[in-house]
Design a binder for this molecule. Structure first.
Ligand SMILES: *Cc1c(COP(=O)(O)O)cnc(C)c1O
Length: 496
């Protein structure tokens, strides 16, 4: 299958590209994104055939439906990376909380966030392609915490790829920072910036738009690619775990074929949610996808009013930082899917030029057939973490916990509900401790918080987390928020 563009074609780029072209060079005409020409369909026969498959086999079977230009052995090697998750037999456990509530634990990979689900196999595929084609790529990532560790871990020591990861010094949790600065790999460079996440992101964007920078890369025969979820190479792996949850519910006799479920997603860039939407469109019986925001509730507003408006908004720092976002990139793929390329281009240029766009009432109705929006502020999030730790003996991370707001709203419908759990509590231990100790532990570092929570809940800190605190620090570069300093650091690294 080939891939087409969300904002139509500009007459310069090819009208259609292959999967490998779409992942190597993810920016499409007019600043748009690549999407598959159509979504393959899953029927009862297909589901029946999946009932006894492992997660890896299911992934391969679903990807096969997309008929992409990647050899079977490359795909197989990529999904073998799920063997490094906590439980090889069951890399993505579905935990039953009560008769209707289930938690799809997507965080059992090496960096304890759901980013591993897609970045592990994606990194492997991109590097294999680059090597085969004798191309060299630079991946630049600005991170507020979870994308950085997952990207570095995925590409560590991979051929033909170099990664530079920029994080705000002091703007991530201790665990997230340690995951980055202790990550081994000759092809990796981690740079702290004295500033916040916006500063890191702005510095990066300026570089990506600089012709001087691109020319210098050209001279070194290095191409740029991207590893965030604008890359379809990540989205394809994010469809699978939603389908897997549905099949598990069938296997465990929780539902019958054709029963509809709810899926709730703590949303940031809308990649996880888009995966659920695609699963629904492919034929999985999902009544509605419940999109949950934190106090940066732009997605909730959009789904409830049809208005996407960033004009009066300032980014609010919350205890669920991976959802602190105003421009949610993958909404564009949804808009394209619902309303076509012409309308998508129009709305996206409105957002860029005027800071907002508005769906008409007809379009809003169409959107609301598939989605419901919610938002959950920090106080309520802490309340849910505390409630579930004491009532259900289950520790929610602050991102996952926001979804309880959606569950509370729809639980009287008695429909099975799957919440996507996007991180392990260990990545956000100070906020979790604060929640379960009734809010009297505000300023505490990660290691003390980890130990306190483990003691209160009578659980162990996973080795992959406690080891971080004794590993040597390998990346010590911290610079001012200054584009030319950043550029210097990047070329010093590339020319080594
Ligand atoms: C990235 C992330 C999210 C947001 O996921 P999107 O696909 O960008 O919507 C939510 N929670 C955690 C812990 C994350 O790391």
């Amino acid at each position: 299958m080939n891939f087409i563009e969300t904002r139509g074609n500009d007459g310069v780029k090819p009208k259609e590209v292959t999967f490998s072209q779409a992942i190597e060079n993810p920016s499409a005409s007019f600043g748009g994104l690549y999407i598959p020409k159509f979504l393959p369909q899953i029927d009862k026969k297909f589901i029946d055939e999946c009932m006894d498959l492992s997660y890896k086999e299911l992934t391969l079977k679903i990807i096969k439906l997309f008929d992409i230009d990647i050899d079977d052995d490359i795909l197989k090697n990529a999904v073998d990376l799920y063997d490094n998750f906590d439980n090889k037999q069951d890399p993505v456990p579905l935990k039953k909380i009560n008769n209707i509530l289930f938690i799809n634990e997507l965080y059992h990979g090496p960096t304890r966030a759901f980013k591993d689900m897609a970045l592990q196999p994606f990194g492997d595929i991109l590097s294999t392609l680059a090597k085969k084609e004798n191309n060299n790529y630079l991946i630049l990532a600005a991170t507020s915490g979870d994308t950085g560790p997952a990207t570095l871990n995925s590409f560590a020591n991979k051929d033909n790829i170099k990664v530079v990861c920029i994080y705000p010094e002091g703007g991530t949790s201790d665990v997230q920072k340690l995951q980055m600065v202790t990550q081994k790999g000759k092809n990796l460079k981690v740079v702290g910036i004295r500033g916040n996440f916006d500063d890191a992101q702005t510095a990066l964007k300026a570089l990506l738009n600089s012709n001087k920078f691109k020319n210098k890369l050209n001279n070194l025969h290095i191409k740029l690619s991207a590893a965030n979820s604008v890359n379809f190479g990540r989205i394809i792996f994010q469809i699978v775990y939603h389908i897997n949850a549905y099949i598990k519910l069938l296997k465990q006799n929780e539902i019958n074929y054709a029963d509809e479920i709810y899926i709730a997603v703590p949303s940031g860039n809308f990649g996880d949610a888009l995966g659920a939407y695609y699963a629904k469109k492919m034929g999985i019986k999902i009544r509605k996808i419940l999109i949950v925001s934190n106090s940066n509730n732009i997605l909730n507003d959009f789904i409830n009013t049809g208005i996407y408006d960033i004009r009066e908004r300032k980014l609010i720092k919350t205890i669920s930082p991976a959802m602190d976002i105003l421009i949610s990139s993958n909404v564009e793929r949804l808009i394209y899917d619902k309303f076509g390329a012409k309308r998508c281009k129009e709305l996206m240029s409105n957002l860029k030029e005027k800071g907002y766009y508005k769906l008409d009432s007809n379009e809003l109705e169409i959107l609301q057939k598939d989605f419901r929006g919610y938002y959950c502020d920090d106080a309520q999030t802490k309340h849910y973490i505390s409630e579930y730790s004491f009532m259900n003996n289950y520790l929610l991370d602050p991102h996952t916990a926001t979804c309880i707001k959606a569950y509370d709203d729809i639980k009287c419908a008695k429909r099975k509900t799957v919440i996507c759990s996007t991180a392990q509590w260990t990545k956000f231990a100070p906020a979790v401790l604060d929640a379960i100790s009734c809010g009297n532990k505000t300023k505490i570092n990660d290691i003390d918080a980890l130990e306190n929570v483990a003691k209160i809940m009578n659980i162990e800190i996973p080795k992959s987390i406690s080891n971080l605190f004794i590993k040597p620090i390998l990346h010590k570069t911290v610079i001012d928020n200054d584009q030319s300093q950043l550029e210097n650091e990047i070329f010093k690294f590339l020319e080594e």
